[in-house]
Write a protein that binds this ligand. Structure first.
Ligand SMILES: Nc1nc2c(ncn2[C@@H]2O[C@H](COP(=O)(O)OP(=O)(O)O)[C@@H](O)[C@H]2O)c(=O)[nH]1
Ligand SMILES: [Mg+2]
Length: 344
């Protein structure tokens, strides 16, 4: 029997676009749920009129929180899989059949829309950060994921039910990729159009990027520790891992991640020594890298280069303020944050 699939849309102050998105989505699936948590522009009412089922949450809780509520509702409503699509028109609903086709061929996989093939349409700063993000997130998820930041995805609900998700806001979608990938789930990318409009973003570049970076770095450091000493395979996710335990309390979690980020560079050097010298003693160390032929030196190099990349970006910004356009960082990023799976 074919999977029952619904579309869920987190929407926050999306009154300009939500009618069009819901109407176009309804051409492809019969059930659409929009979750609105405190929009002040009539988003919920417009979505309802367009034919969506609307979940109203009193105050603003962020994209991740709302997504988790949508997943829960979809499970209760008896669906097998959900497609998530943004409310601001950045994804083309005409691509829904491609997601469903990919799901029918690979029902256990997460299907992610990738916009990386349309680099010229993506704002340069965004593309560069997506490039660096996928380098680290792919390592944590045990596979190359072309676009780790796209919100247009299909998730099998049986898989989501089996993950403990502790984050909120914009981190949750990264958390799902990492935890699912580190459990052995295949994350499959299909081409998706890159649409950048001026409908406004709620993403806070410094705050949200810092939060995602903290989560990913902490996960990686814990994963490589575990690979050496506890697990006997490259997949290390377990329900009672330290990220899930600390994640139950926001303050503890922030504190824990802050400490790990501060010590991450010296830890990376210690890991490199362990990688080079202790394979015979710590038998399974860096299993996820060794089995793929990925050299730890490339990860060390990328991590040491990161502060310089940030400095170049700041320098380029300063130069552009006085009218000088420099684009030196793009090549740098391509070189130091490659796809380790296909090129190693
Ligand atoms: N319900 C809800 N949706 C949100 C919230 N923040 C973002 N979204 C939705 O998540 C999607 C992506 O958010 P956006 O701010 O456009 O992020 P960007 O595309 O990464 O810049 C859009 O559909 C937003 O309406 C939120 O706090 N609550
Ligand atoms: Mg957007």
């Amino acid at each position: 029997m074919a999977s029952q699939i619904c579309v869920v849309i987190p929407a926050y102050n999306a009154s300009k676009t939500i009618n069009d998105v819901v109407t176009r989505v309804l051409k492809h699936v019969s059930h659409v749920v929009v979750a609105d948590d405190g929009s002040t522009d009539g988003t919920a009412e417009i979505a309802r009129k367009a034919g969506a089922d609307v979940l109203t949450i009193g105050r603003n809780r962020g994209k991740g929180h709302v997504l988790k509520m949508l997943f829960q509702k979809s499970v209760e409503d008896g669906f097998d899989a959900v497609i998530t699509i943004d409310a601001d028109g950045q994804h083309d609903p005409e691509e829904i059949p491609s997601f469903i086709d990919a799901h029918n061929l690979h029902p256990g996989d997460i299907i992610v829309g990738s916009r990386m093939h349309e680099q010229e349409k993506i704002p340069r700063a965004r593309y560069n950060s997506m490039h660096i993000a996928r380098f680290y997130i792919s390592l944590a998820a045990n596979q190359f994921i072309d676009d780790t930041q796209c919100g247009y995805r299909l998730y099998p609900l049986s898989l989501l039910k089996d993950l403990i998700l502790t984050t909120e806001g914009y981190i949750t979608e990264t958390e799902i990729l990492i935890k699912a990938g580190d459990k052995g789930t295949v994350i499959r990318c299909i081409d998706s159009k890159a649409i950048y409009t001026d409908n406004g973003s709620h993403y806070r570049p410094v705050l949200d990027t810092t939060a995602i970076t903290g989560f990913v770095l902490t996960y990686l450091i814990m994963k490589w520790f575990k690979e050496g000493f506890i697990s006997d395979r490259p997949f290390t996710y377990t329900h009672n891992n330290i990220m899930n335990l600390t994640g139950k309390h926001k303050i503890i979690s922030i504190f824990f991640q802050a400490i790990i980020v501060v010590i991450s560079i010296p830890v990376c050097s210690l890991y490199f020594i362990e990688y080079l010298t202790m394979q015979n003693i710590v038998k399974n160390n860096f299993a996820s890298l060794r089995r793929r032929g990925i050299k730890f030196s490339k990860i060390v190099r990328a991590s040491y280069v990161l502060p310089f990349v940030l400095m170049i970006i700041i320098g380029e910004k300063a130069a552009s303020i006085v009218g000088i356009e420099i684009r030196s960082v793009d090549g740098f990023i391509k070189r130091y944050y490659p796809d380790l799976w296909s090129r190693s």
